[in-house]
Design a protein around this ligand. Sequence first.
Ligand code: TXA
Ligand code: MG
Length: 322
Amino acid sequence: MRLLEVSPENIRVAARGIAKGHLVAFPTETVYGLGADAMNELAVAKIYKTKGRPLNHPLIVHIACRQIIEYWADDVCDYAFKLADNFWPGPMTLVLTRNRKAKDFITGNQSTIGLRIPCEPTALELLNEFRKLGGFGIAAPSANRYGAVSATTASAVREELEQHLDVKNDIILDGGSCQIGLESTIIDCTTSVPIILRPGAITKEQIAKSTGIQVLERTSNKIRVPGMLEVHYSPKARVVLNSLPTIGQGFIAIESILTPAGSIRLAAPRSVVEYARDIYSALRSADTQHLREVHIIEPEGDGLAAAIRDRLRRAANTNKAK
Ligand code: TXA
Ligand code: MG
């Protein structure tokens, strides 16, 4: 695996790597993605192998521009175009009815495809360079092992995946820390009313305000979304929510909540935005410090705070599996 600093030349090198069927981990505004040519079955198979992810879990295809939506999807409804116009490029994934170019190896045999145009400049440039080489999309799940904490820095990607990446050909593009730190909002656009399948930085309230579209929140739904597995996003340390730590245990809470004596403060975000940005690296640092238990006080409020609570509850759920 080669670790390359972001530069125009290295982005071109990475795009050529993807075109040749190699893997490239790259920064997005949400989390780092592990990318491959969405048309190349062998390359996509490497993503699954590298992550240790079951083959029937679909991947999001990242695209360079709106025109490419209809390369992958059929029967795109008006509200989906409206969402795309308002929130792309950005941290939102649209689930649409797939067409024949979207193969089973991308969609996990489902009749739908997830599409996203990210707004992080490196990701966009990579997509544009890949487009110039004839590519139509980069399939990219979060760059972590299956079920583990997502990576928001290049060194976290390295920690997660180095052992599983190809020494010579695969690339990690180091673009620093991700701005948002939490995965995109996933919206099912195949029904008469859009449904949020995974909450994220684009919230129901924002959507209503800027488009007038009323989005439902998922209650239960037949589309598989592994991000919605009850156990996910979890460090090795046991996660305990809304209780205070004792000596030697990790602690994450908004800055105004003081650190109990003898516990180890892993993050003290000053706002919900900072909380989202810092949470995954704080969970990782619990593991690098070999902590057995980390206590987390959830952030309060709607929108992004609710998306953080969604991830924290799944991270805490591993307790049952351990
Ligand atoms: O912010 C993000 O979305 C990041 C960055 C890299 O773009 N990607 C990401 O990918 O979080 P991943 O694979 O870790 O999570 C994507 C979720 C998975 O739970 C997957 O099942 C779901 O999106 N998904 C993908 N395609 C889908 C589809 N056609 N229908 C329903 N869910 C889908
Ligand atoms: Mg993921």
